[in-house]
Design a protein around this ligand. Structure first.
Ligand code: NAP
Length: 531
């Protein structure tokens, strides 16, 4: 049985950086195990038409190396899936990472052997490894959720999930296609496929707020400018709550007249960015202020969509703006003006079952060549639970997390020694520009392992009390936020039947979180049990 100092699960943005740190900085014998046939993580699996990032490209990547930052040119405001894959391949080559990655191996179990102080890892290809440190770099949005709709097995056509899109081109040309789901993925996929299909029927359960992305080619001047400002950008994205370049101003919605306020909203709408929510400081905090932003977006949609009935369904919001993940779009609302696009409102006309030929709703039987599920993920906890982790005293993670995903800082779990999580539940993760959070996590984990090794310790484990306090802190912050005003959201586990209904990520913002993590490190991990 091969033994390593560190095994990292996942070769996405986090796994690649963690490999570099463990192998090249700590000189640990390190292996990455990856289910896919290549690197990329999220960007390997999400190949659906229109897949693109909502973070601005010059902020979406690694900042740890000036050389890497300055030697890669982003050509568009928002990078598309394939561009991000190319970028990661460029980084991989620079750091020579592939030789330590085992592809096409899915972890089927990971068990802590108490006496040996080692993790035993098994893959679906019957490979077994031992390791002292196990680092889960499995992503927060990688467990695809295909809802258990009656009849799916009987369906004769092909169906796809956006987050598991095949490598081989999916032929959609002149076909009749169903799309279920209108979150970030659905909003991106619809306008792209509407261009080629004979008919697209979009099944919407809840309308989402979406701001125009206004993607564009970057001019030489913009490119030179961001390259020149590498240090500044690196500092700035560490200071803002979401790891983007924008922060929230002090000005309130109520400091302005409607005309003045709408001018500010209009400017942000024309610019196109997630920064729309930061037009005023109180949009994400105060329901009444939030309503003003919500009304502005609603008015815009009502103007774009020509059919009044469809426009009404698209604006029948049941949650405050930003209480669920806001999305960016390219011609999403305009797509509903096309003759070949139809919208089905699942609130009034729910799906009864999937049939051999298509979908039966309360009011109609549809035939489809293919069905696209843009139905999201078992977020944050799903990817970790799928590893079948077993900690001290044979405790299964699935049982340990049956009521709440207990962790300290989202980085470590009591009873699971030497197991680290990047982007885990209990960390800001999905509420941030992901690579910024990833770099912070990877660096914290690297320092922590270095501390254990230098002090010749056997193991580190989050204490029960620190995990309890951390859950309370998350609850307190979430309860005071607008996030809890959403009737149903994946941030709270509402989208997966049987999942604990608690707010999962840490909602206190990156700077506050980073300070806490830094203090823990400075105090030599007093909140942890070290042996
Ligand atoms: P999502 O936001 O969870 O959206 C899933 C959609 O499917 C929702 O409209 C949901 O409706 C619907 N749905 C789920 N189960 C259903 C069912 N049984 N019947 C009918 N409709 C159902 O998933 P996503 O769009 O894949 O996005 C997930 C996250 O991934 C995003 O929030 C974002 O963080 C990330 N992402 C980012 C980008 C980007 O950067 N551009 C792109 C894609 C994804 P309800 O709202 O009613 O639940």
């Amino acid at each position: 049985m091969l033994q390593f100092d560190t095994i990292i699960i996942g070769a996405g943005i986090s796994g690649l950086y963690q490999l570099h740190k463990c192998r090249d900085e700590l000189n640990l014998k390190t292996l990455v195990i990856e289910e896919g046939s290549d690197i990329g993580g999220t960007w390997y699996w999400n190949r659906y038409p229109g897949a693109r990032c909502d973070s601005e490209s010059h902020t979406y990547g690694y900042t740890f190396s000036k050389k890497i930052y300055k030697n890669w040119i982003w050509k568009e405001k928002y990078p598309k899936q394939n561009t991000i894959l190319k970028y990661l391949k460029f980084v991989e080559k620079k750091l020579d990472l592939k030789k330590d990655i085992l592809f096409n191996n899915k972890i089927i179990s990971a068990r802590y052997l108490e006496r040996k102080n080692l993790w035993k890892i098994e893959t679906n290809k019957n490979k077994v490894f031992l390791t002292k440190y196990l680092i889960c770099a499995v992503g927060s949005l990688s467990s695809a959720n295909i809802p258990k709709i009656k009849g799916l097995n009987a369906y004769k056509g092909k169906y796809y999930h956006t987050g598991r899109w095949p490598k081989k081109k999916v032929n959609l040309k002149d076909q009749v296609i169903a799309q279920i789901g209108t979150g970030s993925s659905g909003i991106q996929v619809a306008p792209e496929i509407a261009k080629v299909v004979k008919k697209l029927v979009i099944f919407q359960r809840t309308p989402n707020y979406s701001i125009p992305a206004r993607n564009k080619k970057l001019t030489k001047e913009i490119i030179n400018n961001y390259l020149k400002n590498y240090e500044k950008i690196k500092k700035l994205i560490k200071k803002t709550p979401g790891g983007h370049t924008f922060s929230f101003p002090n000005r309130s919605v109520f400091d302005f007249s409607k005309i003045e306020r709408d001018k500010i909203f209009e400017k942000a709408w024309l610019k196109g960015s997630l920064a729309f929510r930061a037009c005023f400081g109180d949009i994400t905090k105060n329901l009444k202020a939030n309503q003003k932003a919500s009304n502005f977006i609603k008015e815009k949609i009502l103007k774009i969509v020509k059919d009044k009935k469809i426009a009404k369904i698209l604006t029948n919001f049941d949650h405050p703006f930003t209480s669920k993940r806001p999305t960016l779009n390219t011609n999403y609302y305009e797509t509903f003006n096309k003759k070949n696009v139809q919208l089905v409102d699942l609130k009034t006309n729910p799906i009864i079952k999937i049939t051999k030929k298509g979908i039966k709703t309360k009011n109609k039987d549809f035939n489809f060549d293919k069905i696209i599920f843009a139905t999201g993920y078992d977020a944050l906890t799903g990817p970790l639970l799928s590893l079948n982790l077993v900690g001290k005293k044979q405790i299964k993670l699935k049982d340990y997390w049956s009521k709440i995903p207990k962790s300290y800082l989202g980085l470590m779990i009591p009873k699971f020694p030497n197991l680290f999580i990047i982007q885990g539940p209990g960390s800001p993760s999905v509420l941030t520009n992901v690579p910024v959070q990833i770099e912070q996590h990877v660096e914290w984990i690297t320092h922590c392992i270095s501390f254990i090794e230098l002090n010749k310790k056997r193991s580190i484990e989050a204490s029960l009390s620190s995990a309890k306090n951390w859950s309370n802190e998350i609850k307190k912050l979430a309860d005071a936020s607008l996030f809890m005003k959403a009737k149903s959201s994946w941030y709270k586990g509402d989208n997966i039947p049987g999942k604990p209904k608690v707010f999962i990520p840490y909602p206190g913002g990156l700077p506050r979180y980073r300070n806490i993590c830094n203090k823990v490190e400075k105090n030599q991990y007093k909140e942890f049990l070290i042996k």
